[in-house]
Design a binder for this molecule. Structure first.
Ligand code: B12
Ligand code: SF4
Ligand code: SF4
Length: 348
């Protein structure tokens, strides 16, 4: 298959279609990833992935993208902003009676929404290359998304390991598709602009960014509150504060996020979860949880895990009479809840 159209015209049309579909920026990269794979191998060898054994199992596929999509030749990546306006993140983090949920998780689950948009975008390329075989993804395929986003010119990987850009910071999701079409690659990679800044490393409550560009997930609150099962290690519990689903501190402090754009309406907060009272969340039944998290990323953690996280935040809120009473009345449903409850009560 050959690409016979004018590459500049292609880029213009690609950008126009992408912005109609709600992507701030898109780009096309080749599949070269040797340096990134070396970093991945070191990360796995250091066991920084913890219980995320799917990262280990997916290593071979990440390295051989033609196994993820047959005859893959190019990868198209897009970024979509999600930061909701005026949700006062530091105000919530600083108030122990509230619970902090990551800003990415306040609205609709991005996985489905962005895969759908990417599918539309892939379809819009038909005038240039038809038919082309493609596979869309949004954090849903074994692909080193950040590396390719960087290669496609969408930003650079910061010391906190997230992709950020000069025009809009890091509050963005990455999604894309692999295609068997030999599309012209776009753009130049963005000049890294972390310089001598170490703000994200310094502020991390659990010292999870163990060196610039290296994150030990086993220390990261996002991993503790979303990915891992079982009791969260004691050494991290006090530092978690009231962060009950994910963590944003390394982004909140980043100077480039002064340029953040307002988030896509699809990811606007639902059910008042931008600043909920801890006790309101604790009062949720399983049915309440199911009803109020339908179509949202929080649903993935599950009710029991969510309450395991809440118990730690409640321990961190003591002394507080109402929260103390709720803890005293708690009947734990999982071994981790048992352990977190005992820890929380010990702080009263
Ligand atoms: C596993 C995972 C996690 C893990 C581990 C994170 C990590 N840094 O690896 C945990 C659960 C901790 C996590 C947390 C979060 N995640 Co996450 N996660 C992923 C996932 C599935 C894979 C990431 C991966 O490949 N890790 C492997 C390691 C090797 O990669 P890495 O640390 O990024 O290292 C790269 C560079 O830093 C560099 N590098 C590594 N070592 C070195 C050393 C030197 C010297 C140099 C120069 C470079 C270098 O090379 C590596 C490869 O490119 C991606 C989706 C995807 N399929 O890519 C989403 C993804 C990275 N997550 C995302 C988000 C939003 C988050 C959170 C913000 C959610 C939250 N608010 O709680 C946090 C942020 C925490 C943080 N500071 O990274 C977004 C990031 C979007 C963006 N703008 O970058 C992604 C891309 C999902 C998406 N499709 O939007 N995540
Ligand atoms: S998400 Fe939180 S815990 Fe994880 S690296 Fe960033 S600041 Fe540290
Ligand atoms: S806080 Fe500083 S070091 Fe960290 S990503 Fe932002 S600019 Fe880079």
């Amino acid at each position: 298959m050959q690409f016979t159209h004018d590459p500049d015209d292609f880029r213009l049309q690609l950008n126009a279609a992408a912005s109609r579909l709600g992507f701030r920026r898109v780009g096309v990269a080749s599949l070269d990833q040797s340096d990134a794979l070396a970093h991945l191998d070191r990360w796995l060898a250091d066991e920084f992935h913890g219980q995320m054994t799917w990262m280990e199992r997916g290593r071979a596929l990440r390295a051989e993208l033609s196994q993820v999509h047959p005859n893959a030749q190019r990868i198209v990546l897009g970024v979509t902003d999600y930061l909701p306006a005026d949700t006062d993140p530091w105000g919530v983090i600083g108030n122990p009676e509230k619970a902090y949920l990551s800003r990415y998780a306040l609205g609709r689950d991005y996985h489905k929404t962005l895969r759908k948009r990417m599918k539309h975008l892939a379809g819009e390329l038909a005038p240039f290359i038809d038919p082309h075989g493609y596979r869309v993804f949004a954090d849903s395929a074994p692909v080193l998304e950040k590396h390719f986003a960087e290669q496609a010119g969408l930003g650079w990987i910061g010391k906190h390991t997230l992709v950020l850009s000069r025009e809009a910071g890091s509050w963005s999701f990455i999604s894309g598709f692999l295609t068997d079409a030999p599309l012209p690659v776009t753009g130049v990679t963005e000049q890294p602009r972390c310089g001598s800044c170490t703000a994200c490393i310094d502020i991390c409550p659990t010292a999870a960014i163990v060196a610039p560009y290296q994150l030990d997930a086993r220390r990261c609150i996002s991993y503790h509150t979303i990915e891992m099962t079982g009791p969260i290690p004691t050494e991290f519990r006090a530092a978690m504060g009231n962060r009950v689903f994910g963590c944003d501190d390394c982004q909140l402090i980043c100077p480039w996020n002064r340029y953040a754009r307002p988030g896509d309406a699809e990811f606007a907060p639902r059910h008042g979860l931008e600043a909920p009272d801890l006790l309101w969340l604790w009062g949720w039944s399983r049915d309440d949880f199911d009803a109020r998290t339908a179509g949202m990323a929080i649903r993935r953690a599950g009710y029991d895990k969510f309450r395991e996280n809440l118990l730690i935040a409640m321990g961190n809120a003591l002394p507080n009479a109402a929260i103390g009473d709720a803890l005293a009345a708690c009947e734990p449903a999982t071994p981790a809840q048992h352990e977190h409850l005992a820890w929380a009560l010990s702080r009263g």
